[in-house]
Design a protein around this ligand. Structure first.
Ligand SMILES: CC(C)(COP(=O)(O)OP(=O)(O)OC[C@H]1O[C@@H](n2cnc3c(N)ncnc32)[C@H](O)[C@@H]1OP(=O)(O)O)[C@@H](O)C(=O)NCCC(=O)NCCS
Length: 124
């Protein structure tokens, strides 16, 4: 189970105007890109290998993200297989100044596969 004690902070960054969509909120593709990076960083803490993203599943955009939000990507190992690591990513936004609140904005599960120099799966 993911708890504040068992999860790792993989990435924390501020959302910038360049990352918005035509509606003025943050482009989902930007969040996906950071999700991917967060999962990759987490995998390297489990075993120091080179990884490729095999699967992104159950991506749930729960609430929109806005310019100025401080967005944190928390990661947890769900499963360590022979060549793959399945990682849960929980994304939270810290919003506001005087009355800042933390909002759960996205969750996802990512499968990263360890590969050799020929990009073939290898045992972790
Ligand atoms: C990653 C890659 C090297 C894996 O090679 P593959 O031959 O497809 O891999 P396999 O079928 O042997 O599976 C590798 C691992 O992924 C797991 N896996 C594969 N499909 C899965 C799925 N749908 N859900 C969960 N796990 C999955 C397998 O169970 C295996 O894990 P295990 O060894 O721990 O049991 C290859 O698919 C690839 O190069 N993909 C493109 C990667 C890429 O470019 N990513 C960036 C996207 S732009």
């Amino acid at each position: 189970m993911t708890t504040p004690e068992t999860r790792n902070l993989a990435i924390r960054t501020v959302m910038m105007p360049r990352d918005t969509n035509h509606l003025g909120s943050i482009f989902g593709g930007h969040i996906l890109s950071l999700l991917d990076l967060a999962a990759g960083q987490h995998a390297r803490t489990v075993a120091m290998k080179k990884y490729l993203t095999k699967v992104m599943k159950e991506v749930n955009f729960i609430a929109p993200v806005f310019v100025g939000d401080i967005v944190s990507f928390y990661t947890t190992t769900v499963k360590k297989g022979r060549t793959s690591i399945t990682i849960k990513v929980d994304v939270e936004a810290l919003r506001g100044v005087d009355t800042a609140q933390t909002i759960q904005v996205t969750t996802a599960e990512v499968v990263m596969v360890a590969v050799n120099d020929k990009n073939e799966p290898i045992t972790i």
